[in-house]
Design a protein around this ligand. Structure first.
Ligand code: NAD
Ligand code: TYD
Length: 340
């Protein structure tokens, strides 16, 4: 089987490439990635010599480039991880989010229609459901929860989801969609909460907590997400959406304190900064459908996953130090420089 994985030089796509090459050494994985600021060839360095792996530096919006890859590779499956993925960046500059996340998705699906495909899978997010109030712990996102987005990022992901489902209904394209909660684990770009806090703590820099740190996210170890996607692609029902999450809700401030404790750093590093605009309060997934239909359950408990993740950042300093010593410094200064 030949599988195109877009966005494979990023966090989840990179973990997925490693997972698939280990799990199914006979399958061919073709990674298509534009290598934006979030893409890292060092994430893929361990697999570059694998004869069943090919890397194409291509923008998913580049129709001719994408069609040429389909022509050559005749993929059986396409799994689309490629996206602009950071909410804070989407607040600064929404346009690239609409381009990559919506129009890029359209190009991929057009290629699937033109060349034929067994399955197109869209990697989406629970953020398309908007947020839940803090005082209603009984509420969860199900696949029937209405789309109700807050940020340009989540709106662009929701737009893509609707388009993917429309290509199924209109053209009969065999699609599936997964909507997962927040991931954490190795190769996570240090602009996101968990790796940013680990990197700052290790450098004895302030840990910028938005607002009062009371917002809740539902954390899932990245390998559990990879396993869920693999299952959906192989056994999920065409035209269906599957929520992915492990009932692991935590407040941001508690995550930050866990990281400080693990690293033996003082809580005095915590700095409360201005809140994110339109900040979603709580995300919480109801994963009943994927459990019932496909037997999926998360395998890594948060206590173990966060320890593994911190260990990875300690053992792979070069990976993230290379990132934070480059263009990231300008980003950090712009986003956090005078954020009071
Ligand atoms: P990421 O930002 O770490 O990686 C994105 C990758 O896509 C990068 O390698 C980047 O170079 C590539 N890319 C961006 N624009 C491209 C383009 N136009 N053409 C080709 N490649 C392009 O993102 P991530 O956290 O790994 O997220 C992957 C997917 O999973 C996204 O679709 C995201 O919406 C979704 N998701 C993420 C989370 C999470 O917690 N990180 C949770 C649920 C869903
Ligand atoms: P993030 O990792 O950006 O993921 P998302 O916005 O997609 O959930 O942020 C997770 C939570 O952490 C979110 O509530 C915002 C908060 N946060 C901070 O408090 N400080 C930070 O520096 C960052 C990046 C995020």
């Amino acid at each position: 089987m030949t599988i195109i994985v877009t966005g494979g030089a990023g966090f989840i796509g990179g973990n997925f490439v490693h997972y698939m090459l280990n799990q199914y050494p006979e399958d061919r994985i073709v990674c298509v990635d534009k290598l934006t600021y979030a893409g890292n060839m060092s994430t893929l360095a361990p697999v570059m010599d694998n004869p069943n792996f090919r890397f194409c530096k291509t923008d998913i919006c580049d129709r001719a480039g994408i069609y040429a890859i389909f022509e050559e590779e005749k993929p059986d499956v396409v799994i689309n991880f490629a996206a602009e993925s950071h909410v804070d960046r989407s607040i600064e500059n929404p346009e690239i989010f609409l381009q990559t996340n919506i129009l890029g998705t359209q190009v991929l699906m057009d290629a699937c229609r033109k060349y034929g495909i067994k399955r197109y899978h869209q990697v989406s997010t629970d953020e398309v459901y908007g947020d839940l109030p803090l005082d209603r712990p009984d509420l969860f996102f199900t696949e029937e929860t209405p789309i109700h987005t807050s940020s340009p990022y989540s709106s662009s992901k929701a737009g893509a989801d609707l388009l993917v489902l429309a290509y199924h209904r209109t053209y009969g394209l065999p699609v599936t969609v997964s909507r997962c909660s927040n991931n954490y684990g190795p190769y996570h770009f240090p602009e996101k909460l968990i790796p940013l806090m680990i990197a700052n703590a290790l450098n004895d820099k302030p840990l910028p907590v938005y607002g009062e740190g009371l917002n809740v996210r539902d954390w899932l170890y990245v390998e559990d997400h990879c396993k869920a996607i693999d299952l959906i692609v192989r056994r999920g029902k065409v035209g269906e959406v599957y929520n992915v999450g492990g009932h692991n809700e935590k407040r941001n401030i508690d995550i930050v304190k866990i990281i400080l404790k693990e690293l033996g750093k003082p809580e005095s590093l915590i700095t409360y900064v201005a809140d994110r605009k339109g900040h979603d309060m709580r995300y919480a997934i109801d994963p009943t459908k994927i459990h019932r239909e496909l037997g999926w359950l998360p395998e890594t408990k948060f206590d173990d996953g966060i320890k593994k993740t911190i260990k990875w950042y300690l053992e792979n300093r070069e990976w993230w130090e290379n990132i934070i010593s480059g263009e990231y410094q300008n980003y950090y200064e712009k986003m956090y420089g005078d954020r009071k």
